[in-house]
Design a protein around this ligand. Structure first.
Ligand code: NOJ
Length: 556
């Protein structure tokens, strides 16, 4: 791991500048506060009620792909617990809930003319209706990574251009069935990860390692698919349904290590362009970022290739893609320091070396959970301002922001999450004050859940889920209380109040923690139903059989 040490003096200066300069600000009414989740990570019921398999079902069922070979076959049992989870949302008093639809749950093979699964449609209809009955706005993602497995096997998934029309059919079915009630649509969640982890490193499903080629091709098809779906909505549904269609992009912030070095400044800019710009630039400006075209093009030529590994858009395609987002969904978790480093093209094609840079982290940045996730709130404000200037101050909804923990035992007093949320939301308020057009914020995530190739080892939830128990009970962490207060105040009112939220949150969680620790009742009950009753029952049968034998013998 590349870590750098910032000299203490400088660091304490940063600390003073960024952590103590709190912005006490309340947002205008109408700002949306919410939490998120995704189908594959929470629903479970992977083969129930006519659902077809997805690439993630196939991937997790192979050995050696996921931490401890865990799967999301049952996960949080969200499929059976919609009503319970809506109670949790009500408790939080959120304005919106971000959820995703599982494509193979409503189209088992991914192909509309082959089969539409009415039970799947009913499930999402019921979920959407219950949310609305409880005055919670559904923000619905069409693709949070669970491609129907049949499309992977038959066509190679996102490597194949035919995905455009299959996905468009699926999206249109969703608009037709749910669009009378759903007004916020997200075509793709985090296409960067789909491309990079699914087709470059192979760490995610479908697990292909097509280094330096596969990710660019997958991304190219995803961008075209997104544009096609936006145009479908615009032409067929918008006038009737009056909703919005956007895309959700993920990006870390890249900060030059040396602010006086032109090379580092350019390298940091390249980092963000290869991350966010890869998808945002075609949508907002009609083409890939110049720097991506230059770098991938030059390396491809040095590798003796006749054309760039980065595909090109035709003139018609550029104008078809440009402007196809009614809002930008932004997922953001962390920051990196960046320095310039040249990689020889002769080492072979790779997205990572195409960028000619190295990512570094400050060892002082808190990292309570996932290895890649360092808490660096100030990066959030910089990224938001970058979006404002690069893409003409678009409407933004933050679709994911949050932090994980690694503890396996129940630990409900998640102070590090409170600190993280406080820091990041504070930088969000500053960005809004800078004039960035953010109208909603979503904490990732409502529940602890299946964290892709990390299995259940990394927990992002505001609610703890006990995965060892069959009914997957949920328990509020301290951050539930804290976030609830932010929502009800619509921001941070003043230092005294914010401090009292923190104290109250910690008091509440330690009480719940104690109750849970001293909960012999549930353990007793479980022992009675799971061990004592079956044992006594078996013994009774045995004794009766022996008695019967004995009686019969005596009788003979
Ligand atoms: C982004 C992904 O969209 C989400 O599914 C995941 O849980 C978070 N990153 C955290 O890794």
């Amino acid at each position: 791991k590349n870590k750098i040490r910032i000299p203490t003096m400088e660091w304490s200066l940063c600390y003073v500048l960024y952590c103590h300069q709190c912005m006490y600000l309340l947002l205008p009414l109408g700002f949306l506060w919410g939490v998120g989740s995704s189908a594959y990570q929470t629903e479970g019921a992977w083969d129930k009620d006519g659902k077809g398999p997805s690439i993630w079902d196939a991937f997790t069922h192979k050995k050696g792909k996921v931490f401890m070979n865990e799967t999301a076959d049952s996960s949080c049992e969200g499929y059976y617990k919609v009503k319970d989870d809506i109670q949790l949302l009500k408790e939080l008093k959120v304005n919106h809930y971000l959820l995703s639809i599982s494509w193979p749950r409503i189209m088992p093979t991914g192909i509309k003319k082959e089969q539409v699964n009415e039970k799947g449609i009913k499930f999402y209809n019921d979920t959407i209706n219950s949310l609305l009955e409880n005055k919670i706005i559904p923000i619905v993602t069409l693709y949070h990574w669970d491609l129907p497995q049949v499309l992977q096997e038959k066509y190679g998934g996102w490597q194949n251009i035919s995905m455009i029309s299959y996905f468009n059919d699926y999206a249109n079915l969703c608009f037709e069935k749910f669009g009378d009630r759903v007004k916020y649509w997200i075509t793709f969640n985090n296409p960067w990860a789909v491309a990079e982890e699914g087709y470059e490193t192979g760490e995610h499903a479908p697990g292909l390692k097509l280094s330096g080629i596969g990710a660019y091709k997958a991304a190219h098809h995803i961008i075209k698919t997104h544009a096609k779906v936006w145009h479908s909505y615009n032409k067929t549904w918008r006038s009737k349904q009056q909703g919005m269609v956007g895309i959700s992009l993920t990006s870390a912030w890249g900060e030059p290590v040396d602010l006086t070095s032109q090379k580092d400044i350019e390298a940091a800019e390249r980092y963000v362009q290869f991350y966010l710009g890869w998808f945002a630039n075609p949508i907002y400006s009609g083409d890939y970022p110049e720097v991506m075209k230059n770098y991938v093009g030059r390396k491809s030529a040095q590798q003796g290739l006749g054309m760039s590994r980065l595909p090109t858009f035709s003139v018609q395609e550029k104008s078809y893609i440009k402007g196809t987002s009614d809002f930008l969904g932004l997922s953001h978790f962390t920051t990196r320091y960046i320095i310039q480093k040249n990689y020889s093209a002769l080492k072979g094609p790779s997205y990572h070396t195409d960028r000619d840079l190295v990512e570094l982290v400050d060892p002082k940045w808190p990292d309570p959970g996932s290895k890649w996730l360092y808490s660096v709130p100030w990066g959030f404000r910089r990224l938001l301002n970058f979006i404002k200037t690069q893409y003409g101050n678009p409407l933004i909804y933050v679709t994911e922001n949050g932090v994980s923990e690694k503890l396996q035992c129940i630990q409900l007093c998640d102070e590090w999450r409170i600190e993280y949320l406080k820091g990041y939301i504070n930088e969000l308020l500053k960005a809004i004050n800078d004039g960035v057009n953010v109208k909603g914020y979503t904490v990732w995530s409502l529940l602890d859940k299946f964290e892709w190739n990390k299995g259940y080892s990394e927990r992002f939830g505001l609610y703890h889920v006990d995965f060892k128990k069959g009914n997957k009970p949920r328990y509020p962490k301290a951050s539930v209380h804290y976030y609830k207060m932010i929502i009800s105040a619509n921001g941070f009112p003043n230092p005294r109040e914010v401090k009292s939220w923190h104290q109250k949150a910690i008091e509440t969680c330690s009480i719940t923690n104690q109750l849970l620790a001293a909960d012999p009742l549930t353990t007793h009950m479980e022992m009675v139903t799971e061990i004592v009753v079956p044992t006594v029952f078996t013994l009774c049968i045995l004794i009766s059989a022996i008695l019967l034998m004995f009686l019969l013998r005596k009788h003979n």
